[in-house]
Structures are given as C-alpha cells and as structure tokens.
Write a protein that binds this ligand. Structure first.
Ligand code: F0G
Length: 461
C-alpha cells in the first residue's frame, strides 16, 4: 500500500491573521527599545511567535460555533454541564471545578493541602506550580529521573518521576510531611518530555502505600498519551483516549490549564475525587474565581473547552502535532544545532551552553540566542536558563546561574504551517553558522522575583 511521506496539516484555514513583515534594521530598534527582553516586544513586531503554546491555539469552526451557544447564566449554565460531562467522561473524577486558568487550580489545591513544614513531590514542578507551593510555606521537590536532566539522553520517557528518589524522600522527611505528589504530563520544565503509563502506575502505588495523594498536572495530557501510544511497549493498539482515561483513573485528582490541550485561549479546572476536599475547593473558588458553575470563565469559554477536549484526542491531529514539533527539531539538529533529544510534545529546546560555549552562563547564552533569533529572523522564543532561574544575591551582588541554559521554541497548536517552520529552520541554521560572533548580555535592572518578564538587559561589548 502506498503511504504518503508528507503529513499534511489536518485542517483547512477559514480565517487568517496577517503577519506584519519587518526587516532586520527595524527589529534591531525594537529589540533595543525593549531592553533586549522579548517579553517587552509587541506581538505585532514578531514574525513567528514561539514564545508559548499556552492560550495561542487556533480554535476550530466547531469551537467558534460553541462560543455562540455559550450560556452566560450566573448559576447552572448549560455550558457548565456540557463542559463537566466531557471532563467527567475523560477523567472519571467525581468533582470538576472550573478555574480561569491552570495556576488558579494550583492556588486552590495547594491552599488546601500544603503549608509550612510540608513537602510536595513532583517530576519537575512548573514555575507557577512551584510558586504556588512555596507561597504556602511548603517545599517543592523535583524527582525526575537522571536522564531527564541530560539533554543528550534519548530515553523515551524523560519526564518520568524516579520511584527510588520518591522512596528516599519519604524515608528522609516522613510520609506525613508529604501531603501530595504531582506528576506533570508532559514534563514542561524538563523539555516537554512524556511520562509513561508504567511510571504513573508505579508512583501511584508508592503514594497509595504511604497515604500520599497522587495528582496529575494534565495540561498536555493528549500529547503525553499520544507519545505513550507511540513509545510504550504493548500500548500501540490502544486509542489515545483510552490511554488518557487510564492515566486519569490512577490519580486522586488533577489540575488542568485548558490553554494547552484544551485547544482554548483561556480556562482550566481542578478535579478531585474526595468530597470534603471538593467542598473546601469550591469555597475557595467562590472567593477568588466565581460561582462553581463558571469559576472565572464565561459560559462561551466552557463550551470552547468542551469541544477542544474532544478535538485534541483526534489521532490525525496528534500525529500532525507531534510530527510538526519533531520536524523542527530534526531540521535544526541536522544543521548542527544541539537540541534536547528527543524533541518534546509541544516545543523544541536548544541547548545554548553546548551551542555557544564562548558565552559563559553568567553572560546569558540563552538570552543571547533569543535576541539573535528575533533580530535576524523575527522569531520569538523564550530563554529557560540563567535569566529565568538565576538569582542575584542582594547582599553580595553575586549572580548564581541556572542548571541549564535552554531556549524553548514552543509551537502554538494549529497556527503555523510547514512553510513557517521551514523558515524557522532556515533562520536558526544561519544563526548557528554565524554563532561565533554572538555576544552575551548583562542585566541592567531586575525585579526581586520572576525577573525574566521585566528585567532590562544590555549587550556586552
Ligand atoms: N502547568 C504547566 C505544566 C504549564 O506549562 C503551565 C503553563 C501551567 C501549569 C500554568 O497554567 O498558564 O494556565 O496558569 N505554562 C505556560 C508555558 C505559561 O508557557 O509553558 P496557566
């Protein structure tokens, strides 16, 4: 049988958003006025925006139709019940609590279970998750397998939580100090790497034995389930939906940002099985998010998510999605750019310490590449390295550096075509050829926390 090699985008484009073309000279001015911080650049000055895959999806015609059907009743809106039914069928959780985005679900969950003296285990906590845990006075501990920290390891499930590290943590601090363990699928901070079903099962068994709640941060559950289907022995004949359902069935609850695999521009939920915990969560929800049948969203958003959660499980979509991310990764790797292998579910990560060894970590090699990709090609990526995670000691002025210096190129869902990605490959390959001329940056001004969003930078001479 003839099987075409080309995987096409499984959609036609009905509505377009023009890209404003700019040249290098214009972008040099934009970059200088933004103090070499791409968070300060206006989106209209960007050609290809790979800053994030969050909230940037293109909605389908069905989702837009759902937006029109949205029921904006304060209490008991039909939109809520459509949303709840879809989430219930997918996850099996007893209580589905809508929130305006993922971090709002985290805030509520950790207000209930965390607090001073507690330790929350995870594979790699995403930064909002970590911040919400630490805000309660608890400690967030990352227990990803060692391969997950090695950019060149080709382990198929680099997002896995190391069961031995979890047992060691339990032995060290005692199970009573650990209210909850949360596994992020896919592991965003660790390179968008998947977590296997076998690993989820094993971690859950350890948690169950010690009376620790087991949760999923399920933002990218469909991409994770598809990678499980492709890579985990014995699961190829299962549907992605069945794999996702089984993952959820192993957990006591989940947090979810619908801005990723909800294929929506806003939204999220907290789902739990425990009745008492759900009652507590709904009380907190009313304080900050809204009534339990809308929780910080408009009815139309609930409908868009309900439809998005069905569409994201379409295996033709997922095949195209995962392939298009791998295509970018393979394209730049073939040009000699060092990337985190294998490419993750939603993004390609460039290893800038390997690419730019002449720029020491303290001079922000990741940010140097981010700036050059924008200057030379109008591409906006994001640094995940010393600018994001390094700290300046307020007393000594000494800078600590991040564990790695990566640049993440996150691909919005259903937004860019293959020629957009081909353009990115061409630009990145050319930047790589001229990389020896790149210079580092210094921080001119920085806020006390989350400095990467607003810091002012200047190129080094
Ligand atoms: N968990 C993970 C794994 C995430 O990637 C994000 C957001 C959140 C939680 C928080 O969700 O933004 O809806 O409040 N990640 C975005 C990103 C911001 O660019 O990776 P949110």
């Amino acid at each position: 049988m003839f099987i075409p090699k080309t995987i096409i985008e499984p959609f036609r484009i009905k509505s377009v958003e023009p890209i404003r073309m700019t040249d290098v000279a214009t972008r040099e001015g934009v970059l200088a006025r933004a103090w070499y911080n791409v968070f300060q650049i206006r989106a209209q000055d960007v050609l290809i925006d790979l800053l994030t895959d969050s909230g940037t999806s293109a909605m389908s015609s069905e989702q837009w139709a759902g937006v029109m059907r949205g029921d904006e009743s304060y209490a008991g809106a039909a939109s809520y019940y459509r949303f709840r039914d879809v989430v219930e069928a997918l996850t099996g959780f007893r209580h589905i609590i809508p929130t305006h985005q993922g971090r709002a679900a985290e805030k509520i969950l950790f207000s209930i279970v965390a607090g001073p003296g507690k330790v929350v285990a995870g594979n790699t906590h995403f930064d909002t998750t970590r911040a919400n845990i630490e805000f309660t006075g608890a400690e967030a501990v990352d227990l990803v397998i060692d391969e997950g920290r090695d950019p060149r390891s080709s382990h198929p499930f680099k997002g896995n939580l190391d069961p031995a590290k979890l047992v060691a943590l339990i032995n060290r601090v005692g199970a009573r100090s650990i209210p909850l363990c949360i596994v992020t699928i896919t592991n965003n901070s660790g390179g968008g790497q998947p977590v296997s079903l076998a690993n989820v099962r094993e971690v859950r068994e350890i948690c169950k034995k010690h009376g620790i709640l087991f949760f999923l941060d399920a933002c990218r559950f469909a991409e994770n389930a598809y990678l499980v289907k492709c890579r985990e022995p014995g699961l190829a004949s299962r549907t992605v939906e069945q794999i996702a359902q089984e993952m959820f069935s192993l957990a006591d609850g989940a947090t979810f940002s619908a801005k990723k695999d909800g294929l929506a521009n806003i939204g999220g939920f907290l789902a739990v099985n425990d009745d008492a915990m759900a009652a507590q969560a709904r009380n907190l929800l009313i304080l900050t998010e809204g009534f339990p049948t809308y929780g910080g969203m408009a009815g139309r958003d609930l409908d868009a998510i309900a439809i998005g959660l069905r569409e994201v499980l379409d295996e033709d979509y997922l095949r195209y999605r995962i392939r298009s991310v791998a295509y970018l990764g393979e394209g730049i790797a073939a040009a000699g750019v060092p990337i985190v292998t294998p490419p993750g579910g939603h993004a390609v990560y460039i290893d800038c310490r390997a690419m730019l060894p002449h720029i020491p970590p303290a001079s922000l090699p990741g940010q140097a590449l981010v700036c050059e990709l924008y200057r030379f090609g109008g591409i906006r990526g994001v640094e995940i390295g010393t600018l994001m995670f390094g700290r300046r000691d307020p007393a000594s002025g000494e800078e600590t550096v991040g564990a790695q210096d990566l640049v993440r190129l996150a691909i919005p869902r259903r937004v860019y075509t293959q020629s957009h990605i081909d353009y990115c490959i061409e630009i990145i390959a050319e930047v790589n050829r001229n990389k020896d001329g790149l210079r580092g940056l210094r921080i001119v001004e920085q806020p006390p926390f989350l400095r990467h969003f607003t810091a002012k930078l200047a190129p080094l001479p």
